[in-house]
Design a protein around this ligand. Structure first.
Ligand SMILES: Nc1nc2c(c(=O)[nH]1)N[C@H]1C(S)=C(S)[C@@H](COP(=O)(O)O)O[C@H]1N2
Ligand SMILES: [Mo]
Length: 394
């Protein structure tokens, strides 16, 4: 006896989708690249998240100085590449959502139900990751939640459900990848009988091209020779002194009063404290280091920074150069970006400077005049501008 329960979900029936382009052969190939992009994006994302943690049981290394620039560049590039891949993948597989479970036995219903829930989690989290990431690279903060916490939390949902999905589909993936793209027999839906508007190979080529184009249009934000073609690498253009600016002095609420002669840097170690004017800092031994600003949003640029070593300034208050310190900006409209911890391996690194000059000139106010922090291999968001105080942590 067959059941008469309504097993068909509302909406189109599977018979509605007749294109042979929608096949495991296409889905597996696009899925392979999508999975690789997600994998690289996830790992580089974990690094970026860890680099921003105040407490780092395993010290985040200070070398190579360009490491974070590369990993965060990869993070944004693979995320961008994933957008066209995800769209094609969803287009290829979504008719499956309208398929009825193979039988109405409780076990089958349960398996099908679980699989669909995991697919739902995967699709929803993937879309969330790419949309929130993309709007962030466009520096468009429309979110009413903390971007970092949400993007990090949902990443685990995405990668977890992706692993479940791969495990469930492994036999199909294997067969599809080993077989010929144009093979219309194995695992194809019975109703997929139309040739479609193009060949499967052409669809795949178009997909790779779309993905590559998306990368080229944005990667100039971090790869200098791509700048001229990266029309969407929106901050790739020059800011003052050849380096982009994410927040100007004016946007930080700082003007001549705050940044003028009355400015002082307070350095504190327990009950020892000094207050330094810009002339005091300029009178100390000056060093120049070539270090990148590598914004979490994906853009990055190298600068020649000149200023005083962090360890030289700490010596004025008798502090061990290898101390965790709290670095604060005079900027008032925080709390983001204005206060953060510099871990002891960064504090003690000779390349970590309180910079006064950039590329041979006085720092532009938008780059943090009178004085900003610049340290090797550190997310841009932690390179505090308009410093006000440095305090050795107890
Ligand atoms: N006080 C303060 N420091 C700050 C910021 C800020 O908004 N306020 N932005 C940070 C971010 S997100 C980046 S990427 C770098 C950018 O430095 P730049 O504007 O000199 O290129 O500064 C960092 N330092
Ligand atoms: Mo940034």
């Amino acid at each position: 006896m067959t059941s008469t329960l309504p097993t068909q979900l509302p909406g189109p029936t599977p018979e509605h989708f007749t294109s042979r382009l929608r096949s495991p052969a296409v889905a597996a190939r696009v899925g392979l690249w999508l999975g690789l992009s997600f994998g690289v994006c996830f790992l580089t994302g974990l690094l970026s998240h860890y680099a921003q943690n105040t407490s780092q049981p395993i010290p985040f290394p200070t070398s190579p100085s360009w490491g974070y620039r590369v990993t965060q560049g990869l993070h944004v590039i693979t995320g961008t590449a994933a957008v066209p891949l995800l769209l094609v993948k969803l287009w290829t597989v979504y008719p499956r959502l309208f398929e009825r479970p193979p039988s109405l036995r409780v076990r089958q219903l349960l398996v099908t139900g679980l699989e669909r829930v995991s697919i739902l989690a995967l699709v929803a989290s993937s879309i969330f990751m790419l949309v929130s990431g993309l709007t962030n690279t466009a520096s468009w903060y429309v979110w009413h939640f903390g971007f970092r916490a949400a993007h990090y939390g949902v990443a685990w949902v995405a990668i977890g459900s992706l692993l479940v999905h791969i495990a469930v589909k492994l036999p199909v993936i294997r067969e599809a990848l080993l077989g010929d793209v144009d093979d219309t027999h194995s695992h194809d839906r019975a109703t997929a009988v139309d040739q479609g508007v193009m060949s499967r190979r052409a669809l795949l080529r178009t997909t790779w091209l779309a993905s590559g184009t998306a990368v080229v249009l944005t990667a100039g934000a971090t790869v200098p020779w791509l700048r001229t073609v990266s029309v969407f690498g929106i901050r790739s253009g020059d800011g003052p002194q050849g380096i982009p600016v994410n927040r100007t002095a004016r946007a930080a609420g700082l003007g001549d009063d705050e940044l003028g002669d009355s400015w002082r840097l307070t350095v504190t170690n327990g009950d020892q404290s000094v207050s330094l004017s810009r002339a005091d800092l300029a009178g100390m031994t000056q060093r120049t280091e070539t270090l990148p600003i590598a914004c979490v949003e994906g853009w990055s640029a190298n600068g020649d920074w000149t200023g005083v070593r962090m360890s030289d300034v700490l010596a004025l208050v008798g502090a061990d150069p290898e101390s965790d310190v709290t670095v604060s900006s005079i900027q008032q409209n925080g709390p983001y970006y204005t206060v953060n911890t510099l871990q002891k391996n960064f504090t003690g690194d000779d390349r970590t400077l309180l910079a006064l000059r950039l590329n041979g000139k006085e720092l532009d106010p938008d780059h943090g005049y009178p004085c900003r922090l610049i340290a090797p291999n550190r997310p841009g968001v932690l390179q505090t501008k308009w410093l006000g105080s440095i305090e050795v942590q107890a």
